[in-house]
Write a protein of this length. Sequence first.
Length: 405
Amino acid sequence: MAYIPPKKILKNYAKVLVNFAAGKGEGIKKGETVLVQTSEIAKPLLAELAKEIWEKGGNIVLRYSPSNDTVFSFNREFYIRASEDQLTFFPEKLMKGQIDSIDHLISISAETNMHALRGIDPKKFMLSGKAMKQYTDWCFEKENRGKFSWTVGLYGTEAMALEARMSQEEYWEQIAHACYLDKKDPIKEWKKVSKQIENYQKKLTDLKIERVHVVGTDVDLWITIGKQRKWVSGGGANIPSFEIFTSPDWRGTNGWILFNQPLYRYGNLIEGIKLQFSDGKVVKSSATKNEKVLKAMIATDGADKIGEFSLTDNRFSRITKFMAQTLYDENIGGTNGNTHIALGNAYPECFAGDPVKLGKRGFEKLGFNTSSVHTDIISTSPRTVTAILQNGEEKVIYRNGQFTL
């Protein structure tokens, strides 16, 4: 019999997603419309989400997909059979109407077959991803106008737990702990930790950093932060989220970096990733496992450039174990916290101004990267991050998994 988390945990999870995460920490308002996107295995959480949204006077648009089990994997069968025309199909009017009609998106990841896409030509994923970029752009545009919010959560399945070498019950204990679902008032806890993180976020922005130097036994990397940047945090966009990040000027990335955490991408496990940058572009890449998938991703337009640089302080993160999910692994705390970069698309919210007025050309001029790809790659090894400020001063901002500000 499949494990179902205690109802109290699911109810608390729904409250956090609806009343905190949606609306960037403010929750939904009466009359607003929420698109809930998940698969059939997450029905126990979906039921609590629906009840919470309706109780708050919200409306639901549901995108409910079949799970990819070992009997029939819809995703795998699609990629096996799809022609190029089918891979690049984009129902423009439907998708535009959808984004125009919703105020919030709550997406629940729930994998039932972690390796369903193993062996598929990775170029097919890139084609499909490019076709959907227009929808992502519409989401960002509406978000920039303050009319839309999105959040991503996780429903722990047996397959996900096995990948992380836990029982499903143990896996859910990690989810509950990471998201404060084991607390009497999880929203109060989230607001408290978010305020603490926002304090460091503001300090980083106020420093007016020109570039950072990331150093460790497995990294020597220079990243230019760029003009008119600000540092931001999750603010409800992901649950859980403890990271502080910015989207740097991709043109000023130089050096090399190794990643000690595996990457799950396109149904494949990529391990031992090493990247070397010169003048902002990846000039050399390797992986000890599934290197072909890594290289196909990097060959996608804009995926050879950096779109995000992120730091997580181990004093805030309640994630201490590998979860085999980027949503959690990019926020891991542990002994050394984590540093990670994302290859691909940048976040408009990292512009220190009105992104709507700046426009596409303005973003390009400031070195914000554009791509259909956004892939976070993580390391939990010890790193020291030194900032070179615009006035020429040098300041260590991160060491031993903690901010030093």
